[in-house]
Design a protein around this ligand. Structure first.
Ligand code: 5GP
Ligand code: ZN
Length: 135
């Protein structure tokens, strides 16, 4: 499965250049061209899936195992103090490239990576509505 108009299909399959830090039969891990911090990397499956809504279950599990492996390895090399794993689904959530990818973002004490949101409050009405619908 591929999408001929998808830049990440081309990168994942090695048809366009990218700084590759890991590759196997199913995934390529590259450095992000616009990094949030030093060492920001992207896990790309070689097959095309728009995002997590479409991703094959088995591949989803493998992607998380690979993320764990990569951040353990990269932590030692980069000397970072922590990691964020970010994965955006659809435009409203910040997805700009519509080929599933996971961001691996190293975090350093005092960095200015702005992965923050305004803390809200769980209202009684929302709590009840969501529990009734989802539980
Ligand atoms: P999204 O916003 O879809 O979650 O993330 C897309 C990411 O892909 C962005 O962080 C952006 O910097 C990165 N990106 C977009 N085009 C390219 C490219 O051609 N090469 C690389 N290495 N990264 C890219
Ligand atoms: Zn693609």
């Amino acid at each position: 499965m591929r999408d001929d108009n998808c830049i990440f299909c081309k990168i994942a399959r090695g048809e366009l250049p990218a700084a590759t830090i890991y590759e196997d039969d199913e995934f390529r891990v590259i450095l992000d061209l616009g990094p949030a911090s030093k060492g920001h990397a992207l896990i790309l499956p070689k097959e095309h899936y728009r995002n997590l809504f479409d991703l094959d279950d088995e591949l989803a599990a493998k992607a998380m195992v690979l993320a764990k492996k990569m951040i353990n390895k990269m932590k030692d090399v980069l000397g970072c103090d922590g990691y964020n794993i970010v994965q955006n689904n659809e435009e409203v959530a910040g997805q700009t490239v519509f080929h599933f990818h996971m961001h691996l973002i190293p975090r350093y004490k005092g960095d200015n990576v702005g992965l923050v949101w305004q803390v809200g409050e769980l209202s009684e009405a929302d709590r009840e509505e969501i529990l009734n619908k989802l539980k």
